[in-house]
Design a protein around this ligand. Structure first.
Ligand SMILES: [Cu+2]
Length: 537
């Protein structure tokens, strides 16, 4: 590889840079979570001040969504898509590099705020308005100084990077597929990335518009969100959640893609119901754009509006349920190998089901009136993001690690990571539902001893210790295996998609000769000429 990491436009290198960058912020975001959990381990702790606690949950939420999960998924998409569709690179390599560097700079810009006026221990000028930055808290009346501007500007910049990446991925998937790879033959991961990229463009744009309006309110005398001057605080909420809810699908669709690639290979069966999986994905994309106000059931919308958003939220359970059914049907009757990637994907199936069920509970407005803004909600969305997205992403790390490095990871360390993390996850996020049901609001920096919340908060914090140990084992495994892992060869899993048809790691140009395919499992056809898949198409 000739060009340096700084000037590279190669999709593989950019993919690995996104992933490396996200891992650094995963540790930072994790430390922020641990600091909050130490503060909440028991009533009346003074480990951090109320002001620092506000900065911690704002930075934790913003970091994990925009500078961990999104770069991770963009990293995997960048690395895998050209290999999976039989292309040499993405459609717009320089746009790809620009988008990466914008995202990279945006994260640094957000953390420059920590170096602000009152220094590190006061967390400087870090934003303190929560990751969804409701008005009028973000106005110059209630947010003096520049902390909110760091939040706004860093997300404005990363938003441009995300839209650039999305345009590039859509053009690559629609225009650079190799001979014979029709839309109906491309890997499911490519379908999920295609719909995810479209949602990025549709979701990030309203957020960008709202952030520009916020800057106009703060510096150019605008009144968009100023309730005292004819503006509207709920206008911000609508803009934010028109972005915010589709954003959760931007995060979960690639995770579904990981599961849809890993589960068939370790069940030794082709994916059950490929066309229905594609249909369900597109349905999720569309319905996902019409549910945003389920985050606003408590603001006093009309009964008609509430009913609409209750129904649209419930409707999204159907295509999601179909996916869970099809993954189970793929495993059913298969010869299942519980390798580390498969362990993570199996846990994902159960946890995502539970996350979906609590989502349906919160989608029922009357229940949300009771549970809204409580730790039940915090437990729910961590169940989705950690229990769903992070679990399959760990599975993806282990599944494609041999392809990207040419070496196998340590299966023993992989399993240790899995068990530490799954125990920690359930200790933390199962028991976090309890104080929520008992009325504990989110974002409070301490609580009274007589509320019955203390025991649950203790268990929740103990779970974080297991999760943190699991992450350390994971990072150690990546580092150690990269240097000492046994050579992997091009196709260690006996898999079926094109990335396994080239060397590990792949050469600059990806393929000596661009492949031609005749079915959804091109490598199966190559390895089983006696019974090729294309015969059944
Ligand atoms: Cu939502």
């Amino acid at each position: 590889m000739t060009n340096s990491w700084v000037t590279t436009v190669d999709h593989k290198r950019l993919g690995l840079m996104y992933i490396g960058y996200a891992l650094v912020f995963l540790v930072i975001g994790g430390v922020e979570a641990a600091l909050m959990r130490i503060q909440l381990i028991a009533p009346h702790q003074t480990f951090v001040s109320p002001q620092v606690f506000n900065r911690l949950f704002t930075m934790h939420g913003t970091t994990m969504i925009f500078f961990v999960v999104m770069p991770l998924l963009f990293g995997f998409a960048n690395y895998l898509i050209p290999l999976m569709i039989g292309a040499r690179d993405t459609a717009f390599p320089r746009l790809n590099a620009l988008s990466f560097w914008l995202t990279a700079f945006a994260g640094l810009l957000l953390y420059f705020s920590v170096l602000g006026a009152s220094g590190l221990y006061g967390a400087g000028n870090a934003p303190d308005v929560g990751w969804f930055a409701y008005a009028p808290l973000t106005s110059t009346t209630f947010s003096r100084g520049h902390s909110t501007d760091f939040w706004t500007l860093s997300l404005l910049v990363s938003g441009i990077g995300s839209v650039g990446t999305a345009i590039n991925l859509i053009a690559t998937i629609l225009c650079l597929r190799c001979d014979g790879m029709t839309l109906g033959r491309m890997p499911l991961f490519a379908w999920l990335i295609l719909v995810m990229a479209a949602m990025v463009i549709l979701a990030v744009s309203p957020l960008t518009a709202a952030q520009l309006m916020l800057l106009i309110d703060r510096y150019l005398g605008g009144h968009f969100f100023d309730t005292q001057a004819g503006g509207s605080a709920t206008l911000w909420m609508h803009f934010f959640w028109i972005f915010g809810h589709p954003e959760v699908y931007v995060l979960v669709l690639p995770a579904f893609g990981f599961a849809s690639e890993i589960i068939p290979v370790f069940s030794r069966k082709a994916m059950f119901g490929y066309p229905v999986m594609v249909g369900a994905t597109v349905c999720i994309g569309f319905i996902g754009l019409s549910v945003w106000a389920h985050h606003m059931f408590t603001i006093g919308m009309t009964a008609q509006a509430n009913t609409f958003f209750v129904l649209s939220t419930m409707a999204i359970a159907v295509p999601t349920g179909i996916k869970i059914f099809n993954w189970l049907a793929t495993m059913w009757g298969g010869t299942i190998a519980f390798t580390t990637p498969m362990l993570f994907c199996t846990a994902f199936l159960f946890q995502f089901l539970v996350a979906g069920l609590t989502g349906i509970m919160l989608g029922a407005a009357p229940l949300d009136w009771q549970l809204g803004n409580s730790y039940f909600v915090v437990a729910h969305f961590h169940y989705v993001i950690v229990g769903g997205i992070l679990f399959t992403t760990f599975g993806a790390f282990y599944y494609w690690f041999p392809k990207a490095t040419g070496r196998m990871y340590s299966e023993a360390l992989g399993r240790l990571h899995f068990w530490l993390f799954v125990i920690g996850f359930h200790l933390t996020f199962d028991f976090m539902h309890m104080p929520g049901l008992l009325g504990m609001p989110r974002r409070i920096y301490t609580y009274e001893a007589d509320r019955g919340w203390a025991i649950w908060n203790l268990i929740v914090t103990i779970g974080v210790v297991f999760q943190a140990s699991g992450i350390l084992v994971f990072l150690a495994n990546l580092g150690w295996s990269y240097r000492r892992g046994t050579p992997a060869g091009s196709d260690p899993w006996d898999a079926w998609t094109l990335e396994w048809s080239t060397a590990s790691p792949p050469p600059d140009y990806n393929f000596a000769a661009l492949p031609a395919v005749r079915s959804r499992r091109p490598l199966w056809d190559l390895k089983h000429p006696e019974d090729p898949d294309w015969r059944y198409e």
